[in-house]
Design a protein around this ligand. Structure first.
Ligand code: PLP
Length: 413
């Protein structure tokens, strides 16, 4: 497949692939800057979902009829596409989940409960999404393991000095976010993996925000697990991926019991299926998994380089324009940052800003972004977060900055 070069990157052509963008909200052209929460879907994803239900809907794996074979084939084709997308050794290392949250819970329960004991340590950072904190807290309650926190610096980077001091022979799991959803910080995963592996710890990467922006290569990263969600990378909701290294997945207990995850069931005992099916109990979200392949194809067609260049330009323009606004207080300004701007405006509550922006057709997210420890770190209630995707434009950012100026003037009157 030919990818788009920077010179040939045409944002208007890309926008035309997203039907939802072509609408007015509250009398204004929609400007969608809530991409870190969920991205919009291109037509090819929507069409694939419709085609699945109009032509191929069937349960998978055990049917011998044509529709069952078609559905099974398409479902497994997505698994292969994901394996290629993340450079996994084999498709069997790709487990389908509901999303990042389920992937992280799966590792905590199916790996953690089996291998961790009282006194073992699990390390996460202060910038984690709640879904990479709470599953480990639950595991600590169940096993007596202890949760340790890597602090973050004032500009929103991991305090790697503190990490070096915290990591030790008792550390069994380091679970770390690749790109922070509330700060945009890109973390040095390969360095963390090397240090964690040197004490024998396993590394889990929360790739929810990385998947839409960054080339994900599990071999380069060296991580043991990687979790991400389709809906943040132009794919459907209700589908995610948990990548795990074969030898680790094979040693784990099942996560849930039910159909599909078994080989033989009897009242004398049950044997489990091979990976990845051992972790896919029950009927999965077949239609959305099938459509997810089109989201991967969409990203591959654009190419990570063109995508990155475009989004970094948006980040630069956005940062420059917002810094000119009176009272602008950025939250998180790491050197290595994805296209997310989190901020407050002195004297205006983020919820008020969010509502005034919505009245102008501009969708941003306000609040703690499921990262309350980050808000505690900066002693704030929340932020306004504008997160940019491949279909956003410089013009949209200019309209956004003008709208902010106008709102602030009203507030300061
Ligand atoms: N981790 C990060 C960094 C996120 O941004 C999110 C969602 O916002 C999640 C995990 C949870 O993803 P999901 O709700 O798709 O399971």
């Amino acid at each position: 497949m030919e990818t788009i070069t920077d010179q040939h990157f045409d944002v208007q052509k890309i926008r035309a692939e997203f039907p939802v963008l072509d609408q007015k909200v509250n009398g204004h052209d929609l400007i969608y800057f809530d991409n870190a929460a969920t991205s919009q879907k291109p037509k090819q994803v929507i069409d694939a979902l419709t085609k699945y239900y109009e032509h191929n809907n069937s349960n998978i794996h055990r049917g011998v009829h044509t529709l069952a074979e078609r559905a099974t084939h398409d479902y497994e084709e997505t698994r292969k596409a994901v394996a290629t997308f993340i450079n996994a050794n084999e498709a069997e290392e790709v487990v389908f989940t509901k999303g990042t949250t389920e992937g992280l819970n799966l590792v905590a329960q199916a790996y953690g409960r089996k291998f961790l004991k009282a006194g073992d340590e699990i390390m996460v950072s202060e910038m984690e999404h709640h879904s990479n904190i709470v599953p480990w807290q639950l595991l600590c309650q169940q096993t007596g393991a202890v949760l340790k926190k890597i602090p973050i610096t004032e500009n929103g980077e991991l305090d790697m000095g503190a990490f070096d001091q915290l990591i030790n022979e008792r550390t069994k799991i380091v679970s770390i976010v690749y790109i922070s959803n509330s700060l945009g910080t890109i973390n040095p995963i390969s360095t963390i993996v090397k240090k964690a592996h040197s004490v024998g710890a396993k590394v889990v990467v929360d790739g929810a925000q990385a998947a839409p922006h960054q080339k994900l290569d599990v071999k380069t990263l060296g991580c043991d697990f990687l979790a991400f969600s389709a809906h943040k990378m132009y794919g459907p909701t209700g589908v995610g991926v948990l990548y795990g290294k074969r030898d680790v997945l094979e040693k784990m207990d099942p996560y849930q019991g039910g159909g599909e995850m078994i080989k033989e069931v009897s009242f004398d005992g049950t044997t489990y299926n091979d990976i990845p099916y051992k972790f896919e109990a029950g009927t999965p979200n077949i239609g959305d998994v099938v459509a997810f392949k089109e989201a991967i194809e969409f990203i591959q067609r654009i190419g990570h380089e063109a995508l990155h260049t475009h989004e970094q330009k948006l980040l630069q323009v956005g940062s420059e324009l917002l810094h000119k606004i009176e009272g602008f207080e950025p939250v998180g300004y790491a050197g290595d940052k994805a296209s997310v701007i989190s901020f407050n405006i002195e004297g205006v509550h983020p919820f008020d800003l969010g509502m005034f922006l919505d009245a102008r057709g501009i969708a941003v997210r306000t609040g703690h972004h499921c990262t309350q420890p980050v808000m505690d770190r900066y002693q704030i209630d929340g932020t306004v977060r504008a997160s940019f995707a491949v279909y956003n434009t410089k013009n949209e950012i200019e309209v956004f900055a003008d709208a902010l100026q106008e709102i602030i003037k009203k507030f300061k009157k």
